[in-house]
Design a protein around this ligand. Sequence first.
Ligand SMILES: [Zn+2]
Length: 338
Amino acid sequence: MLSATTMTPKERYLAGILGKPVDRTPVGSPTSVATVEQMVLTGAFFPTVHLDGLAMARLGAGAYEILGYDAIMPVFSVTQEAAALGCEVDWGTIDSMPVVRTHPWSDPDRVRVPEDFLERPPIRAVLDAIRILRGTYGGRVAIIGKVMGPWTLSYHLHGLQDFLIETLLEPDKVRAFLDRLQTVPLRFGKAQVAAGADALCLADHATGDLVRGTMYRDFLQPIHREMVQELGCPVVLHICGNTLDRIGYIADAGLPAFHFDSKVDAVDAMRAAGGRMSLVGNVNNTEILLAGTSEAAEQHARHAVESGVRVLAPECAVPLHTPLENLKAIHRAVRHYN
Ligand SMILES: [Zn+2]
């Protein structure tokens, strides 16, 4: 039996990430849920969608039209900004994600955000997609934008290995990169909100697999605190991998919501967040959604809800061959509640 619902998907999703009361647990990811099956159903395919706002909007809308989720987040790649700032990007194929091939900035003094940044094709496509989605669904469905934070941009523009070594040997250089690069998500994020985004995903991959929690606290926490203030809209931070040792610091930065990986058990994450922010996620991608059954996906989603996760979603951008049925099963899990 479906329970009676009184909120629109947009009201429900925004209430979920802001920790307000909801009529049922919202479902929807701040990272990509696009799959090859949805490309076929919408007629909008990788890699064209990454640079074509209309196609991007069509594929993004699949999250609502096909999966029944409460939110649409149309930015599938993590390379839009890097491409617009001068990295060579391999845009991939129908079933691969784009990757950054070159890292042009060796020194923070070379960081230049061009005047026409918002007009460059990978950026304009995102703004066009959000505008189109706002026009079609803006009153009913949550439209979520996405920006890369200064940590991720440093991986792309400077190079992951050099950057990580410098966190240990040249912390001032790292601070200079972060400081100069934070203008990119601020400009792009504000432009996405002006185009119609209700909230933003801030993806900034200071993951436990690469750096300690204290690094997050020392380098990124003050920057994220400032960014949340300046963006002035609901922001969901996304960091995948094991983040348990930094969830408390993330909550202290004033982020209203954190999108987290199944490498952190939902019960532990709730304890670390201590009621200070909403948790979003954390259904496992590779073992459950890609390779598991829809029953397993539903069960995993129920564990998250029962542990206190406020918004259900896959843990990160889903693998492109994830079966539709498994993605729909996350949605099915919440019908048994409330
Ligand atoms: Zn991720």
